[in-house]
Design a protein around this ligand. Structure first.
Ligand SMILES: [Zn+2]
Length: 298
């Protein structure tokens, strides 16, 4: 493949990860990407990053491949993701040819790049390190929210942010996971359950953190973020992403320490009820009645 794909092919990237897991007969939640690379004959080496923002490299010398991963972020979860991202370039059809034609490939992993190759390698890494079947099972065994994400991050040994994104993609519950820096939102991922809410507006990069939310007051004190503090509060989904009627949510907030960012998890229990087939809601109810919530809790 010589031309870049116009859009990241998430399914293809995730499929490539499934093939590797099957090949290697890996069935649990804890996956070691260095072991996988080694079994594939790829040399893996840790290296302090010399180029700002570069998370790792894939290099090819003759027929031999090597992976270098950055250690400027000390988190094991981050480092594993970087190795898995490079493995993605090795395993996803077309990547090696396209990326290594003119020397090594420098990566920007961890959902920070809009480049389709980088996004595909990130999807591969997420699917490899958080295998769908056991991850989904574990996600649905826990009450929705931050604790479920923390449990999965510990089980998979993955970063809280990567785990949160995967969680939003696989849980049947109605959640949104949002990353913010100070007053500004970096990204937001919504679960299928949450998308049951009508007329939601997608949150775009750079959107301000809505005023009056727990996240806004949390981020106002940089110390909360740096010290990894937590907060939670009841709120309205509407404050974040509009919607046709009032959706009550729980808002959980955690500071991500040296990363300088904040993870917010919005959980909407009423939409969980809807997604599970409770049809007590009626289309066409014009009023945004605050008191409608209890009718799902009968
Ligand atoms: Zn890359």
């Amino acid at each position: 493949m010589s031309a870049k794909p116009r859009m990241a092919r998430k399914m293809i990237a995730e499929g490539a990860a499934s093939v590797v897991l099957r090949e290697m007969k890996i069935e649990g939640l804890r996956v070691d990407p260095i072991e996988i690379a080694t079994r594939k004959g790829i040399a893996v080496e840790a290296k302090p990053s010399t180029v700002q923002g570069v998370s790792g490299m894939l290099v090819k010398a003759g027929d031999n491949f090597g992976i270098l991963y950055a250690t400027h972020v000390s988190s094991k979860g981050f480092q594993k993701f970087c190795v898995a991202h490079e493995l993605g370039h090795y395993c996803i059809e077309g990547h090696a040819n396209a990326l290594l034609a003119h020397g090594p490939h420098y990566s920007h992993a961890h959902f920070t790049s809009n480049d389709p190759f980088e996004m595909e390698a990130d999807h591969f890494a997420a699917a490899l390190l958080m295998p769908e079947v056991p991850f989904r099972k574990e996600a649905n065994r826990n009450d929705p929210g931050l604790t479920a994400i923390e449990t999965l991050a510990r089980d998979c040994e993955t970063s809280l942010t990567a785990t949160a994104i995967r969680y939003a993609g696989l849980t049947r519950d109605a959640v949104a996971v949002i990353l913010s820096t100070g007053p500004s939102i970096d990204w937001c991922f919504m679960s299928e359950g949450l998308k049951q809410a009508k007329k939601l507006e997608w949150i775009r990069k750079g959107t301000p953190v809505p005023s009056g939310t727990a996240t806004e007051s949390f981020n106002a004190q940089a110390e909360n973020v740096r010290l990894g503090k937590k907060d939670s509060s009841d709120g309205r989904l509407n404050d974040w992403m509009g919607g046709e009627r009032v959706y009550r949510i729980t808002e959980e907030v955690v500071g991500l320490g040296q990363y300088g960012r904040t993870l917010t998890v919005l959980t909407c229990e009423t939409l969980i009820a809807q997604a599970n087939g409770d049809e007590s809601d009626e289309d066409g109810e014009a009023e945004l009645v605050e008191s409608w919530t209890p009718k799902f809790r009968r």
